[in-house]
Design a protein around this ligand. Structure first.
Ligand code: SME
Length: 157
């Protein structure tokens, strides 16, 4: 099955599962699980949420995979770069990315996509890691951005 077809299928699946679900945590957990099950090459899938009680710091949210770091400041790692730029970041070789946080040394490439709330403020980042080098391209970026774009519409907590 082509990557675009898998994304089309799981996007519809995610939309159906989270329909009428007011909890952001439930939605994040759903996306983490569905992505992890859909792509064998996705070694770690999950969310780092903006901590409203700290300045420019992300805290771990729902995820699938090995133990993730609990906190990532905005000036650290690929997740921090995404949170700072509020743009998708694709890294073909994490070992060549200055400041990369190696939560698990098996990760070799990753993509991180911003998640905005209904007011347009950064709420979280979606982090997807792979053991393969250069596992992510614009197809992944566009599909994951599409999933994240509407993810928080309708949440109340
Ligand atoms: N890859 C991230 C760290 C988080 S984990 O890999 C789960 C980064 O450098 O931002």
């Amino acid at each position: 099955m082509k990557k675009t077809d898998i994304y089309a299928e799981i996007s519809a699946q995610i939309a159906a599962i989270i329909d009428n679900e007011p909890s952001a945590t439930a939605r994040y957990a759903t996306v983490s699980c569905v992505l992890s099950e859909a792509f064998e090459s996705f070694f770690w899938t999950g969310f780092y949420c903006v901590d409203p009680t700290r300045s420019r710091e992300l805290v771990i949210g729902p995820y699938q995979g090995s133990l993730g770091c609990l906190r990532i400041p905005f000036d650290k790692g690929v997740c921090g770069a995404c949170a700072t730029k509020e743009e998708t970041v694709i890294v073909d070789d994490v070992h060549a990315f200055e400041g990369h946080i190696a939560c698990d040394s098996r990760t070799n490439s990753e993509i991180v996509v911003p998640v905005f709330n209904a007011q347009g403020q950064l709420a979280a980042v979606l982090d997807v890691d792979s053991e393969a080098y250069a596992n992510f391209d614009m197809v992944d970026a566009e599909a994951l951005e599409t999933i994240c774009k509407t993810l928080l519409i309708g949440v109340t907590f």
